[in-house]
Design a protein around this ligand. Structure first.
Ligand code: ADE
Length: 225
């Protein structure tokens, strides 16, 4: 069982992403539990303040320490979490290898930043891993958190049915996936490759391997190296 706690200042952004398809099934099967926490519930004063001006000046607000600290410490057994992850553009870039690794853990805490980020002392005190989902800036960590939970959740043993085995996914062995086809055999004059209808499993496998290498070479020469 993997428990994931997500800290957010905009929890409504995460209302739906985990309630469909494979992630829904993983939760129904008791493999995954996702809890979203509203940082504002621990805001300071009657305005439930969670951010303030940056020391040193400059545009943009910074998320304050105390609301974040209290939200983290309200999570059962937070000290024993496998990782406390802060989502930020300056983190390590998320990839399939890290998703595989984290799918085998049992408790993750994700902190979504907003504005100019979170007070550095929270990073120093609690955060064990910093993740970026790519070289572009989001308005907050929430959509990144949804991506992380999705890519991890589907890898938890038992989450996928056989027909969607993770072993044949792109990236799983460093190559992209091959092209796929379904009925009808001919659609607007375009035919499904003969080999896929041959019933010869080893020839089909060879063709798919060839296609994967060709695709990877053409589209992601960096992966092919
Ligand atoms: N927050 C803002 N930009 C982000 C990114 N690229 N990855 C993760 N969290 C972010």
């Amino acid at each position: 069982m993997l428990r994931i706690d997500i800290l957010s200042a905009v929890p409504n952004l995460l209302d739906s992403p985990f309630n469909h398809s494979i992630l829904k099934r993983a939760q129904e099967r008791g493999l995954l539990e996702v809890h979203v926490h509203n940082i504002r519930a621990f805001g300071v004063g009657k305005h439930k303040q969670i951010d303030d001006y940056a020391y040193g000046g400059g545009a943009g607000m910074v998320m304050m320490c105390e609301p974040l600290a209290q939200t983290i410490e309200s999570i059962p057994n937070w000290e024993k979490a496998d990782d406390i992850i802060y989502l930020a553009p300056d983190g390590e870039t998320w990839n399939q290898g890290t998703a595989n690794q984290l799918s085998l853990t049992s408790h993750l805490i994700l902190i979504c930043g907003h504005y100019k980020g979170i007070d550095e002392r929270i990073r120093a005190t609690y955060v064990t891993r910093e993740v970026s989902i790519g070289d572009y800036v989001l308005s907050g960590g929430e959509l990144g958190a949804a991506i992380i939970v999705d890519s991890i959740g589907r890898l938890i043993p038992g989450a996928l049915n056989n027909e969607s085995s993770a072993l044949t996914d792109s990236f799983q062995d460093g190559l992209l996936a091959p092209p796929v086809y379904t009925r009808p055999e001919i659609w607007r004059h375009q035919k499904v490759p003969e080999i896929l209808r041959s019933g010869n499993a080893s020839k089909i496998q060879d063709w798919q391997d060839e296609q994967r290498e060709k695709r990877t070479q053409e589209r992601r020469p960096d992966l092919f190296e």
